[in-house]
Design a protein around this ligand. Structure first.
Ligand code: HEC
Ligand code: HEC
Length: 282
């Protein structure tokens, strides 16, 4: 073989080894980041044991979107599968929580921290953080009673782009970014419709409209609802119909699946709260 060919070959082998070594380093580093234990203490919650509470818990679960991500029977699903990015799989809840104590279950919901103490990818816990003890207890009672529908799911897989984002700190989790000791809205008495409406909007709408409800991605700032009359707002949330009849995609589907679980009092309370928001952030 000619010397220059040997040189090129050796160069290629070295390059491949460097790339392989770099990737190996990144996998090690990102696994270490993903499996860093977060020190969020467990707190006991009271879980009621009557059918009315479980029925309320089902309403909490549907309106907060547990089924949207975990499947209609909470059996889990492939939530996202992007080549070179990641496959994110939501677990089968009844199966997974058999290993969880009630306090651990409360922690994964409110803080996004798994039983083992790791940050859960994709769990919108900054939203659920504000759930009241009463609603959380009812939710847990419902989840405990939910029948186990067997499912065989692949595992979550972080691929090269997601790993790159993770080392750069650009793959945030709620557990890693939220304030774990903020005053909890659910601890406040929600005796007025406006207070009740704020509680509902923060534990439901912030998931897509942003933590301050001032818009995120395609979801607009919510004071836009001010353009709605109360009957129009009811129709938006219960039937997914925009005021001007436009197809509003994800919002329409979310309303028809999730918000039909809200009752008229809930919807009027959300409307009352949104009406108190100023048009511009202060
Ligand atoms: C936006 C999507 C989304 C929503 C909404 C959501 N989850 Fe999750 N959840 C996930 C993902 C993704 C995981 C897996 C996280 C991981 O593997 O790191 C998860 C993990 C969990 C786990 C951990 C199970 C285990 O194997 O340790 C539980 C329990 C859970 N979710 C319950 C709920 C409940 C209850 C609700 C509703 C209050 C809910 N989730 C709403 C996406 C979601
Ligand atoms: C799963 C994500 C999601 C959730 C949860 C959600 N929204 Fe939306 N919402 C959207 C998106 C996306 C749009 C933009 C739709 C479009 O214009 O195509 C939208 C649009 C809207 C609009 C404007 C409609 C119009 O006429 O343009 C209002 C008002 C609204 N949402 C209210 C709410 C309220 C109130 C809640 C909580 C009860 C809520 N949304 C929860 C995703 C969501």
């Amino acid at each position: 073989m000619r010397p220059y060919l040997i040189g090129i070959l050796a160069g290629l082998v070295l390059l491949a080894a460097a790339a392989g070594g770099g990737y190996w380093w990144m996998v090690r580093r990102t696994d270490a980041l993903r499996y860093t234990r977060l020190d969020i203490p467990l707190t006991d919650i009271r879980v009621p044991n009557d059918s009315a509470s479980r029925a309320e818990g089902e309403r909490v679960a549907w309106s907060r979107g547990c089924h949207g991500c975990h499947g209609d029977s909470l059996q889990g699903k492939v939530f996202l599968d992007e080549p070179r990015v990641m496959r994110l799989v939501t677990p089968n809840i009844p199966e997974a929580i058999a290993r969880y104590s009630d306090a651990e279950l409360a922690r994964i919901i409110r803080h996004g921290v798994t039983r083992e103490g790791f940050a859960a990818l994709g769990m919108p816990s900054a939203t659920f953080y504000h759930l009241s003890d009463l609603d959380l207890g009812r939710l847990v009672a419902y989840l405990r009673a939910a029948p186990l529908v067997p499912s065989s799911l692949p595992s979550t897989e972080l691929r090269v782009m997601a790993r790159l984002a993770l080392v750069q700190g650009k793959l945030p989790t709620d557990a890693g970014t939220m304030d774990h000791s903020a005053p909890r809205l659910g601890d406040r008495p929600d005796s007025t419709p406006v207070a009740r409406g704020e509680y509902l909007a923060v534990t439901i709408c912030t998931e897509c409209h942003g933590l301050d409800l001032r818009g995120q991605d395609n979801a607009p700032a919510l004071p836009k609802a001010l353009g709605y009359t109360l009957p129009e707002f009811r129709s938006l949330l219960l039937d997914g119909r925009a005021r001007d009849g436009r197809d509003i995609g994800l919002m329409g589907r979310t309303a028809r699946r999730r918000f039909r679980w809200l009752d008229a009092g809930d919807i009027d309370a959300i409307f009352a709260y949104l009406a108190t928001m100023s048009l511009v952030a202060q």
